[in-house]
Write a protein that binds this ligand. Sequence first.
Ligand SMILES: [Zn+2]
Ligand SMILES: [Zn+2]
Length: 261
Amino acid sequence: MTRQTRRPHGNAKYHLEKCRCLACRKAVRDYENNRYRAMAYGRWQPFVDAEPVRSHVRALGEFGIGWMRVARLAGVSTGAVCKLLYGDRRRNLPPTRRVRPETARKILAVQPTLDNLSDRTPIDGTGTRRRLQALVAAGWTQAELSRRMGMNRANFSRIFVGNLIEVGTAKAVSALYDQLWHIDPVTAGVPEHRAAAARLIAVSNRWAPVGAWDDDQIDDPDAWPDWTGWCGTPRGRRAHYRTRTPVCPPCRQAATQQTAA
Ligand SMILES: [Zn+2]
Ligand SMILES: [Zn+2]
């Protein structure tokens, strides 16, 4: 797949494709401000302005989450969300101007998490690739991983080279990772020599092992793996020499800064 889809720049592109351009960053700030203000407001008013709630539903639409799905996820009637967006056409009423805080709270609570997105939605594949690479570094062969995912090898290999993947793939890899990261592949039936070959592939590609990633960083394209436990600090470079791993860019930078100081 290509680097970016034709999805317009904005909140959804920021989160799904990790675009960091000015337009996307501004859209994220606007979105967060809108949601935060709407939630704070709802705490003490009998009725709240419907506009921020409406724009939240539209923001979810940019992620491919349609308003009927929003209603279902929020546990609000589809009629209420329909009136919020389009008004009551039969009675010729304009879109709702005020909503109950309870309704607003439920709708604002719906977030574009992986679980709420459609499986076909294209997203950035950085975290998914890192999870698979870490499993290979542990000795899981790509043949075994693709077999467990029920994927043919060609489609499986594409995850490693493409920038974008589908949400369904991200979820499947995430589940596989949670299942396998703490299991020794050889005891699980991967032949010893194949596991060794997989580890070598990871070393030659500098694929980081499971232990180098924090769960809250693995999906962030700007994050670096912590190979040594000291990466990015002045002690990092020595730690690389000790563990015989190539010095990583954050450690090289930390060392340069120390020399300059
Ligand atoms: Zn952008
Ligand atoms: Zn390092």
